[in-house]
Design a protein around this ligand. Sequence first.
Ligand SMILES: Nc1nc2c(ncn2[C@@H]2O[C@H](COP(=O)(O)OP(=O)(O)O)[C@@H](O)[C@H]2O)c(=O)[nH]1
Ligand SMILES: [Mg+2]
Length: 258
Amino acid sequence: MSVRIQKLPALSVFFPAYNEAGNIEEVVKQALAVLPTVAAHYEVIVVNDGSKDGTLQIARRLSKKYKRVRVANQRNKGYGGALKRGFKEAKYDWIFFTDADLQFDIAELKKFVAKTAENDLVLGYRLNRAEGMKRQILANTLKIWNRLLLGFPRNIQDIDCGFKLIHRRVLYETGPLLSDGAMVSTELLLKAYRADFRFAQIGVRHYQRRIGEATGSNTKVILKAVRDTFRLQWQMTKQELNTGLSNLAFSLRSSYTE
Ligand SMILES: Nc1nc2c(ncn2[C@@H]2O[C@H](COP(=O)(O)OP(=O)(O)O)[C@@H](O)[C@H]2O)c(=O)[nH]1
Ligand SMILES: [Mg+2]
């Protein structure tokens, strides 16, 4: 029988935020309303990724008003850079992150927490994708690209869904993440998958972005993602070569001493 967890002892939540002045307050409030129902202790971190609008000022004001909210500020590094900062700042074992643009409903986190007893990662997949044609074509191209170039597993349904609950042990194992851009999700999941971590997938609703601008599919972001794929592929090949070589050295050494 599977165990349904209702409340985690502690949970870190962070939001990667780039120019989300019109959304950040509502997102944080949504989190503060849901979190007491899913965790005994929690913290909320807004990772301001070099926003050019008033995101930082609003986040700072919220952090003064709510003691569980804090701000991590950095110059703009991209989605991956923002995730890395969030992981570094998070102090609890379970870490949840989602986008700061109100495209998801944080209340859906309850279903995710229920799966934590037997998993290391609980991954959202979008039941509907509230985005334009261009974006969907891009997403499908990226999916094929990931499969061909990196051997990405077919059974992970939605790599880029910005709604993930992860145990810290996964991050120790996957080592320092290489990608500062959008490829970070591919890198994280691929490494976790190869390290045999247990994962569950849950469908979540996706809502239209009402305020602010989605920059996830602009040319700069795409070019960075392409470059990161090659870097990732090279890094993983190197890692495999190293393991292969040390295994070989080990078997040579043991046959020598036998
Ligand atoms: N595009 C973009 N998003 C960032 C960056 N840094 C953090 N983010 C956040 O990453 C999340 C996803 O970005 P978004 O543009 O909505 O991507 P999309 O929903 O995939 O189109 C949002 O919460 C952004 O605020 C960045 O440099 N670029
Ligand atoms: Mg978005």
